[in-house]
Design a protein around this ligand. Structure first.
Ligand code: C2E
Ligand code: CA
Ligand code: CA
Ligand code: CA
Length: 270
């Protein structure tokens, strides 16, 4: 049987200090990043089964004088832990809406903007109002926007999440479960929450070329999604073989380096 925590020995590896130092440097520089206009958005296209661009996903980029180019996988967790994700997320939502409206004003027909939302953002009482205001401000319809949420969010406060999701759906906003299958898939919540889309985690998509089991897993996720009436997006498509397979398996939309890297807004042609 397992003993209590009392006998546990904690080792402090010397490299822990380096990790902590790097993290606090990120935090320190991230604090002023918005004001210094260091955060920008890149946009990666999503294609339908016919290969047409049907939307783009907004992805944060951070260029800092001292730290250089810091990837979102490094700074988003810091932003989440420090609360900086609230103003940063607000910027992302607003800038993505502004960009979509600007493309349309110039005749670039991007159907829909996908925006990543952290659990801490969604947890805010005023989150739905923030979305509503961003849409109104840029004269967009709710249907122009898809919010990408992770399973981390759903296990938190189910009644609150459910209510906000319904309010967003009433605005026409689409809701997508990002990185599906990567965490502890809360299938029971999926059954009751008003989501529209499942994004198959890219680990499964990339395994399609190598692991025979991956094909069956993606097949099962697509079947699950379709049984629930959801669209299924395959992300992280890097090879023609992967693209062929996810299309054959019935994924409605595809995204990945094969079809398009995240690029600055001036490079988007649709
Ligand atoms: P994500 O939402 O799963 O976004 C997809 C990530 O996969 C992006 O990484 C994208 O560049 C990368 N990717 C796309 N196609 C391929 C491919 O074919 N192969 C490979 N290996 N990678 C591909 P990125 O831009 O570094 O973003 C990483 C994560 O950071 C995102 O994962 C998302 O969780 C988070 N993130 C990015 N922007 C935002 C944001 O505005 N808000 C929040 N809350 N999170 C964000
Ligand atoms: Ca995403
Ligand atoms: Ca994803
Ligand atoms: Ca991811």
């Amino acid at each position: 049987a397992k003993q209590g925590g009392k006998n546990n020995i904690t080792f402090y590896a010397p490299e822990m200090n380096a990790v902590d130092a790097a993290r606090s440097a990120v935090e320190q520089h991230l604090r002023g990043a918005l004001d210094r206009h260091e955060l920008t958005l890149a946009y990666q296209p999503l294609h339908n089964a016919q290969g047409l661009v049907v939307g783009v996903e907004a992805l944060l980029r951070w260029q800092n004088a001292a730290l250089g180019n810091v990837p979102p996988t490094t700074f988003i967790p810091v932003a989440e832990d420090t609360g900086l994700i609230i103003p940063i997320g607000q910027y992302v939502l607003n800038e993505a809406c502004r960009q979509l409206a600007a493309w349309r004003a110039h005749g670039t027909a991007v159907d829909r903007m996908s925006v990543n939302v952290s659990p801490a953002q969604f947890a805010r009482e005023d989150f739905v109002d923030i979305v509503r205001r961003a849409l109104q401000h840029h004269r967009l319809d709710g249907r122009d926007l898809e919010l990408e949420l992770t399973e981390r969010l759903i296990i938190r406060d189910v009644p609150g999440v459910s209510r906000k999701m319904s309010e967003l759906r009433a605005l026409g906003v689409r809701l997508s479960i990002d990185d599906f299958g990567a965490g502890n898939s809360a299938l029971n919540y999926l059954m009751t929450l008003p989501v529209n889309t499942l994004k198959v985690d890219r680990a499964f998509v990339q395994a399609l070329d190598q692991t025979p089991g991956a094909h069956r897993i993606v097949q099962a996720i697509v079947a699950l999604g379709h049984a629930l009436g959801l669209d299924v997006v395959a992300e992280g498509v890097e090879t023609p073989a992967q693209l062929l397979q996810v299309r054959e398996l019935g994924c409605e939309r595809t995204q990945g380096f094969l079809l398009g890297q995240p690029v600055p807004p001036e490079n988007i042609r649709a």
